[in-house]
Structures are given as structure tokens and as C-alpha cells.
Design a protein around this ligand. Sequence first.
Ligand code: PEP
Ligand code: MN
Length: 395
Amino acid sequence: MHAPTMHTATTYASLSGLPAAQQPYWPDEAVLEEVERELAALPALTTEDEAVDLMRGMELVARRSALLVQGGDCAERFHEAVPELVRQKVDTLQGLAAIMRAGSRSPTVAVSRIAGQYGKPRSSPFETEDSGRRMPSYCGDAVNDPEFDPTARIPDPRRLVTAYECSTLVLSELRRSWSGRPILERVYASHELLLMPYERPLVREGARGAYSGSAHFGWIGERTRRADGAHIALARTVHNPVGVKLGPTVSPEDAVELSRTLNPEGVPGRLTFIVRFGAKEVDRLLPPVVDAVAREGAPVVWLCDPMHGNGVRVRGHKTRLIEPMRAEVASFIRVLHARGQWPGGLHLELTPDPVTECVSERDEEPSFTDYRSTCDPRLNPEQSADMVSHFLSLL
Ligand code: PEP
Ligand code: MN
């Protein structure tokens, strides 16, 4: 029996004293502390001005004058931090943003899951291989290695520094892609604000107050959004635009509390709710949440993540079916329109590679011949473009 890589219960982050869910069992506290000091001494990855530029775009989305497409890998890999692959990812997302601009005649902000999407929350501390072998879960390249080997799964704090180094390389390529583009048409970098020993040392003091120097936009995941937890406290501390995933366990009161906590001044564009209820639940759960936030909360950007509430297993593969994802997008737009709210856009897991990770109900014998993701299944370029067109056709 191997030790799990994650704490199963909520634990207390040494730095903040607040409960921080989904933190790995770092085996060596002394190395971890050294890593935190090292990260604190390194330059911020992103600048405050870049975050403020993105905030301007997010504000337009909140004011119904623009749309947003956010997308990329579920889990980035260190070895993919090379110019050619980064360019492909950026071009793929820019292609989707171009479809949105053309189809809606609205400016469209593009936010990539890139340059830091190296830590993964997991529903279970163990995962099981097809052969039935059980192993501590892979928690992202910033924590451990996906190889099916118990030693590879031991969390290594030095990986947090590698995550920083890879993010530097990715961001320099990303910034290269900005040249000649108006500020609104760049691709900005985002990831889940998950790993406290990585995120906290990268909170920096800017001219306008504390900001996250790890990303332009960061979001708090479905498993770490408790109102009194360390992750929400981190998001509250920084003035970047931030998001929170809302899944089936969120109550309308929780959503109102989050909007008040994270956006007490009601700044349009500051807060995005990324909803991922699943096709079966969205019609029942989304309306009371939207109503409560509209009535009692601050302005928010509403984004639809049709991926994370629609996971299924087909012939032993973790996949997502296209049809329920399309149904969730349609419900999302219908619910928001019925309430006079603006469906701000999509949050997708996608890749430039021609993978067969997500499949259609119509495929009689879905063949997962090209399955590369180490975590969740992603849309290939054709599937992503179809999803964006579907969104536009209902807007
Ligand atoms: C993710 O976006 O990869 C993720 C884990 O999402 P969620 O927090 O919505 O489950
Ligand atoms: Mn995912």
C-alpha cells in the first residue's frame, strides 16, 4: 500500500494558517521552505500592467460589449514548454477567438490555460490503471510524475521551481505572439490557483496593491472554493481578474458570498463565475444561482465550462461526450438570456493535437486511438471550433 500524494482531509497551510484543501503531502518540509524562499526571491512571471490590461477586456465582457474564450490543457506538461508547441497552443486559442469575433461581431478576449497549469486537484488520492493497479494520484507536473510507478508519484517540492522555469519560457513565447496585436486581442495566461507554496511567494506588491505575479488571470477550483479557505483568501488578496468554478454543490448563498468577498467594490470584470454543473443538473441548479447573484451580489462574468460536469467512462477510458457538452452550453445560454444576463463565453479543455479523447454518442465503437492527456480528456481543434460555433449559433 503506497501513501497517497495528497492530503485527503483539509489541512492547514503553514504560511496562511487558513485551511488549504488539495495540498500535496510534501515529504520534506525543509526543502519546501527553501523552495518558497527561492520563489519569493525570483522576479514575478507576469506584470501588474498586463493583469490590468486583461482587466480592461474582462470589464468589457462584464458590460456585455465583449465575449471571452478560455481554454487549453487540463494539465500542462513540463516537456511541452518549447516555442513550437507553445505557438501551436496559442494559435489554436487565437483561432477560436477569431471565430467568436467573426460570428458575434464582438471583441473577444482570449485567455489560455497556459504558463502555470501544472497543479491538479484530484477527486481521489488514488487512481487505478486499466490493469487494476492502484497508485497515488498524479497531481500535475509541479507535484509529481504521471509515470505509473509509486516512486514517480512522490511529491517533489523542487518541481515547483521547475514549474516557474517552464512558465518563464512559455510566457516569453506568449508575449512574442502579442507583437503587433491590440491589447484586447492578445492571449493572456491563466491557471488554477491551487498550490499554496507556489502561489503565495508569487504574490507581489504592485503600484496598485498586491497582485498575483504567477498569472494574468487565476481561478479557484470547485474543490477549493470554501469561503473561509486559503484559496479564496489568496484570490481576495490580489487585484488581478479572478474566477471561481461553480459545480453542483454550490448554493445560491455561497455564490452571493463569493461575489461579495471577492468583489466587494463591484468592479466589473474582477470576478468570473465558471459554471460546470453538468448537462443533467444545469437547468435545475443554475437559475437560482444567477437570480441570487443578480439580486444580491456584485457584477460577474458568467462563463460556461461544459467539460467538468460531464465526465464519463467509456470502455475503460475517461472521456466526455460531445452531445451532453453541447446541451450544457445550450442550457447555460438559455438560462442567462431568460434572466437578462450576458453569457460571457466558454471555458474549454482543448489541444492543437488531433486527439480522440472526447467522443460522440453517435460513434458506435469509440476508438481512443490518440489519447495523450495525463488528466482530463480535451477537445481536438475540430471539436473546439464546433463547440464555439454552437455557442455562437445560440447567442
Ligand atoms: C480543471 O479545470 O481542470 C478542474 C479541475 O476543474 P474543476 O475545479 O471545475 O473540477
Ligand atoms: Mn480538467
